[in-house]
Design a protein around this ligand. Sequence first.
Ligand code: NAD
Length: 488
Amino acid sequence: MSTDFKKLLPEAAAQFINNTWVASENTDDVKNPATGETIAQVAVGTKADTDKAVAAAKAAQIKWAATPQPQRADYLYAFAQQIEKHKKTLATLLTTEQGKPLAESEGEVDTAILMLRYYAGLGWKRTGHVLASNYPNHQAITKEAPLGVVAAIIPWNFPLAIFTRKTAPALVAGNTIIVKPSENTPLCSLALATLSKAAGIPDGVINVICGEGSKVGDALVKHPDVQLVTMTGSTRAGKIIAKNAAEKVIPVSLELGGKAPFIVLADADIEKAAQDAIDARMSNCGQVCICNERTYVQREAYEPFMRALKKAAEAIVVGDPLAKKTTMGPKVSPTEKEHVEELLAKTQQEGGKIFWQGSIPTDDKFKGGNWVAPTIVTDLPATATILKEEAFGPILPVVVFDTIDEVVSLANDCEYGLSSYLYTRDLIAAMQISDALEYGEVYINRYGPEEINGFHAGWKLSGIGGDDGEHGYQIYVKQKTVYLNYQS
Ligand code: NAD
């Protein structure tokens, strides 16, 4: 295992406050999910650390906001260049810390770069609006103003991309930020902090605090000087954050869980739909909020679809995530592995049948890893838990349906509303079904990922607010209206 990434990490466990490594009394092990081996020690922050980080971010914010927006954008370009320069090292770190195959990690590094470049470009464009006034020789102007100090609470499934997804718009808008990474993947955030400093981003503009969500994350949300919380994670934690933010009457942007339906009509390109169904379920070991969580296939196409699905599934290579041929690595943690194993056991108790199951590595080296075999299940009762609760792992339930009304009703009978998929060659059906789906995203004849220009926003329990594009930028600014009288 290459440990070249250590050059991007602090020498001893520390957090990143005011462009300086600050040691912490408490530390924790960061483990390689493929082997269970300890990779590094990480600092476990306290409330006092969050106070220090917020104070640094608050002090830096005034000068940062006074820096012209295009110059703030230039810092983002410089940050992107640093990430590009260390692409291979960051990808290896991500795979070693999180478990996704190297090719997926390289893709994630590219996405992290794209976020910075996109919002740097937007920094040259955003000015506000000139509005029509109701009076002669008067004008009204809306101007965008930063909110101040932003807390970004991020998960483990895309620890590099979600770091820049939140940091880029926050910074270009004139905010400073404190990133609180997941307990499972703190090293990716710390490595990015190193590169933000190398890019010349001024002291206090980006800070990283590590530790438990219920302690440091909670302290950040409740801190009186934090003016926005942007969080990606579970609905459970999102609800707590929303309640705490409500006490302060500050905005939140929450990207939460999903239970995407993947609908295949009989007229679809069945081979493509089956391949996409597998890719959309199994990539990142099923740990993607837009994952295909439940596939619905129209009866006439069921048999050919299942044949194609099995063929696509058999091509999955589960193994060492650092090896080139691997297409699926381990789950991120023992807790996550247990969750999926329990859900599979429950699915079988509820009547589900295993239609296909892959294997996991048997090499001694991987004995301590969090491996789960990719699995396809069928013959499920409509009430099956796996059709309702987020699996977030490589288990794919497949259900047969007859009519469009039936499948729309099954798809919408869900407390989540993030992403949905539809495969058909019938344009009229595609448009009518996409209108009827109660989801923030509909992918027609294509599997994700979402694009930077779109708006990644969940409906229902999948969240409020959202990320990406110009809509995502709006979260990071408040509006000021200036009324001007130029009557001589
Ligand atoms: P999680 O909610 O446990 O943790 C997410 C982050 O929130 C972590 O940094 C954690 O420390 C922090 N946190 C937890 N409790 C907190 C609290 N009370 N106060 C403040 N911070 C707190 O989720 P996870 O297990 O890391 O991520 C998996 C979940 O995230 C899945 O449900 C998945 O669907 C969701 N997710 C959603 C998206 C999206 O874009 N909608 C993207 C990735 C993951």
